[in-house]
Design a protein around this ligand. Structure first.
Ligand code: HGY
Ligand code: MN
Ligand code: MN
Length: 409
C-alpha cells in the first residue's frame, strides 16, 4: 500500500467537499463540514479507530492500537483542522488530519505504550464567527462561553450553529481532554511560507507559533449626496479608512518581523453616488514577540483615533481575538529533529507566522509541529500545492516520532 499516494488521493477527494460550487470553502458548522466529517470519519474507521463527533463538532478518532500500558496509559493527540478559509487550498488543515490517520495505520502492528487520538478540529480559521480555534479551545477547556452569542453575517449565533450542526452548546465542557492523560499534541501542517522550498527540504520542525491580535475597527462619518456635497463638508468614512490602511502597511513594513493585514472591508451604504457613512475593517497583527505585537497594536489604535479626529469621524476598536506567541516543546523538538534526520540530511528550524490549533493545545500539553514544503510558499489560495514525495517523508517522520516514545515488539 502506497500510503503517501493514498493520503494525496484522499486530500483530493476531501478538497472537493465545499459549500461553494466554484471554489473550496468549508466554514464552521456548514453542511460541507458535516460531509467532510463523514468522509474523514470513514477513513478513521478503516484505520480501526473508534470515531465520534464532540459537542462542538470536532471529529475524533481513537486508536484501538494493541496496548500494553494498562489504565495509566496516556494519549498522544495528532491532528489539525478540517475547516478552511474562503477560496482555499486543499492542504491547509486536512493534510495534518489525513496524514495522522495514515500514521495510525502504520503503527497498527506495533504495541505502543499509549493511545493515539486523531482530531479534525471544527473551526481553526474563524471565518464564520471571527473567533479562531473554537474547536481546539473546547478541547483545551479554554472556550469562552461568551463566544456562544457571536453572530455570523446572517445573524445566526454560534450557539444555534452548534445546535444546527448536531452539537450541544450546553455540553462544551464535555469536549475537554484530561490534561493528566495527555502525552502531547503533534500537528503536521503545510509551511505556508517559502523557506523549505528555498532550502530544498521536504519538512522542517516548528520552533514557535507567532502571537496574533484580530480586531474589528469601525470609522463612522455621514452619508451624503456624491454630487452636491462640497469636499470640504464631507465626513467620508471610507477615505478615513483608506488613510488608516496605509498607516497599517507602513507600521508593519518598518517593524522587523511584524505583519499586519486589513483583510476585510465593508462600507455602508456601499452605493456609488452616496458618500460612505461607515467603513468596517478587520485587522490582523502578528509577531513572534508579544511585546512588539502589542506595542504595534497600541500605535495603530492611536493612529486610528488621530485619523478619526482629523476627519471628524467616530472610531471604534474591538479586539475580537488575541493569542500569545507559543514555543514548541523542547523535548518533542529533539525527538522530531532525530526523526527528520533519518529522512533528510539537514534540518531547518522554522517559526510559524500562521496560527495553528497547536497554539491552543499548548495550554494543556507539550506540542510539536512539522511543516511540509509547499510550492511558492503559497497558502489560503486554490493553487496551494505539495508533492507525494514530501508527504511520504512527512509520514515517515511522524511514524518515527511516534515510535521514539517506545514500542514493544
Ligand atoms: O490565519 C492563520 O494564521 C491560520 O490560517 N488560521
Ligand atoms: Mn489557514
Ligand atoms: Mn491551518
Amino acid at each position: 500500500m502506497d500510503r503517501a499516494q493514498q493520503i494525496f488521493d484522499r486530500l483530493d477527494e476531501l478538497g472537493r467537499i465545499s459549500e461553494d460550487a466554484h471554489c473550496l470553502t468549508r466554514q464552521y458548522g456548514s453542511d460541507a463540514m458535516r460531509r467532510a466529517n463523514n468522509l474523514v470519519g470513514s477513513w478513521m474507521k478503516q484505520a480501526g479507530m473508534d470515531v465520534r463527533v464532540d459537542a462542538i463538532g470536532n471529529l475524533i478518532g481513537t486508536s484501538a492500537v494493541p496496548s500494553t500500558g494498562g489504565s495509566s496509559r496516556k494519549t498522544l493527540l495528532l491532528g489539525s483542522h478540517l475547516d478552511t478559509v474562503k477560496n482555499a487550498g486543499k492542504y491547509d488543515g486536512p493534510l495534518g488530519v489525513v496524514l495522522a490517520i495514515a500514521a495510525v495505520e502504520q503503527c497498527k502492528d506495533k504495541s505502543l505504550p499509549f493511545d493515539i487520538s486523531v482530531i479534525g478540529f471544527a473551526d481553526e480559521e474563524g471565518v464564520r464567527f471571527q473567533s479562531t480555534y473554537l474547536g481546539s479551545r473546547a478541547v483545551a477547556g479554554s472556550f469562552d462561553e461568551k463566544d456562544l452569542q457571536r453572530t455570523d453575517a446572517n445573524g445566526v449565533t454560534l450557539a444555534n450553529a452548534i445546535k444546527h450542526f448536531g452539537g450541544d452548546p450546553n455540553k462544551l465542557s464535555e469536549c475537554r481532554f484530561d490534561r493528566t492523560k495527555l502525552l502531547g499534541y503533534f500537528e503536521v501542517h503545510i509551511e505556508q511560507g517559502p523557506v523549505l522550498e528555498q532550502k530544498n527540504q521536504a519538512v522542517g520542525p516548528v520552533t514557535a507559533i507567532a502571537g496574533q491580535t484580530r480586531a474589528k475597527i469601525k470609522f463612522e462619518g455621514k452619508a451624503g449626496h456624491a454630487g452636491t456635497t462640497p469636499m470640504s463638508m464631507r465626513r467620508d468614512a471610507l477615505c478615513g479608512a483608506a488613510g488608516f490602511i496605509q498607516m497599517v502597511e507602513s507600521c508593519a513594513r518598518y517593524n522587523a518581523g511584524l505583519v499586519a493585514t486589513i483583510g476585510q472591508i465593508v462600507c455602508e451604504p456601499n452605493v456609488s453616488n452616496v458618500i460612505p457613512a461607515i467603513a468596517h475593517l478587520t485587522l490582523d497583527v502578528r509577531h513572534r514577540d508579544d511585546k512588539i505585537r502589542l506595542r504595534a497594536c497600541d500605535e495603530l489604535q492611536a493612529a486610528a483615533k488621530k485619523v478619526a479626529a482629523l476627519r471628524n469621524l467616530a472610531m471604534s476598536w474591538q479586539v475580537v481575538q488575541e493569542t500569545t506567541s507559543v514555543p514548541c516543546s523542547t523535548e518533542f523538538s529533539i525527538r522530531l529533529h532525530q526523526a527528520i534526520l533519518k529522512h533528510q540530511s539537514d534540518v531547518t528550524d522554522l517559526p510559524s507566522g500562521a496560527g495553528h490549533d497547536a497554539a491552543v493545545m499548548s495550554k494543556i500539553c507539550p506540542i510539536a509541529m512539522l511543516f511540509v514544503r509547499c510550492k511558492d510558499g503559497l497558502s489560503h489560495h486554490p493553487d496551494e500545492s505539495i508533492t507525494v514525495e514530501d508527504v511520504r517523508v512527512a509520514l515517515a517522520v511522524l511514524t518515527d516520532f511516534i515510535h521514539s516514545f517506545g514500542i514493544r515488539k
